[in-house]
Design a protein around this ligand. Sequence first.
Ligand code: ATR
Length: 307
Amino acid sequence: MKYFTLDQLDSINVNREHPARYAVIGKPVAHSLSPQLHQPALDALALNARYIRVEVEPGQVSTAFDKMYAAGIRGINVTVPHKLEALESCQTVDPVAKSMGAVNTIVFDSNGLRTGFNTDGPGFTRAIREDFGVDPGDLKVIIIGAGGGAGRAIATQCIVENCSQLILANRTIEKLAPIKEELISMAHRDVLEGPRDRIEILALDDPALEEAIAASELIVNTTSVGLKPIDPSPFPSRWVEPHHLVYDTIYNPSKTRLLRDSEMQGARIANGLSLLLHQGALSFEYWLNCDAPLEAMRQGVKNALKG
Ligand code: ATR
């Protein structure tokens, strides 16, 4: 079964020896790799639980959460386009997820009340540590595509981590001013030491982008440019230098044009597989209150991508 619909939820756990306990919602959802990430982890811990996909229409997220809890689901991942609606459908929302404007993980209490978290940001920190051996907080960061959901989550995490420079670049510059304002007010609210005066915004076609890239240490692509094998780099990749760390949140294809060119320029590169892995591991930790079996999850997702 690729996915279930809301109408099918009532019966998913009737007479099932291997009950569905965890799920991802989205629209479309059939392509989601979350089951290939989480099922091996549940199996590695010998938990008698299934992880399923549920397709949910926009406007139905709160209803879906109620129905899923009633059917026996005890933890939910949320993917596009539902991350904002999920935030609005939680009784409690983690403050960082609120600043990101997106919830990707739902935890239920014993009464079925929902708390929403966002593991994309903290997952990014773990990914950068794993791939490059440094904390993003110790780096000057530029995010290409900061107006999208992933870019905003990573930008928020950079503020949480107090990184010393944060440049937000986006094709549509108008999206960035409100994000910058939210980041500054979050920094003030939480009395963070970070770059509240050091957040810059730039259009992707601004001539100053070349200099902004040169002044950065970590370049993160969160645009969708690169998803198609024929896609170009989202900015002229001849600007990449050997001192750069280049992280592309795209993991399929495993080497985008940006990563291939950056490698040729002598930079260190990594793709979004580590982010996929660590955001999932953090969700798992929220649900089960134990360390996630990371290697089982890594193998699961690698197998899925090979397939
Ligand atoms: P998500 O919310 O899932 O991250 P999204 O909202 O579609 O995805 O955002 C994708 C990002 O890719 C955005 O920053 C988008 O730029 P705009 O805000 O200008 O739309 C960026 N993007 C998509 N196609 C692009 C292109 N051809 N060139 C540059 N940026 C592009």
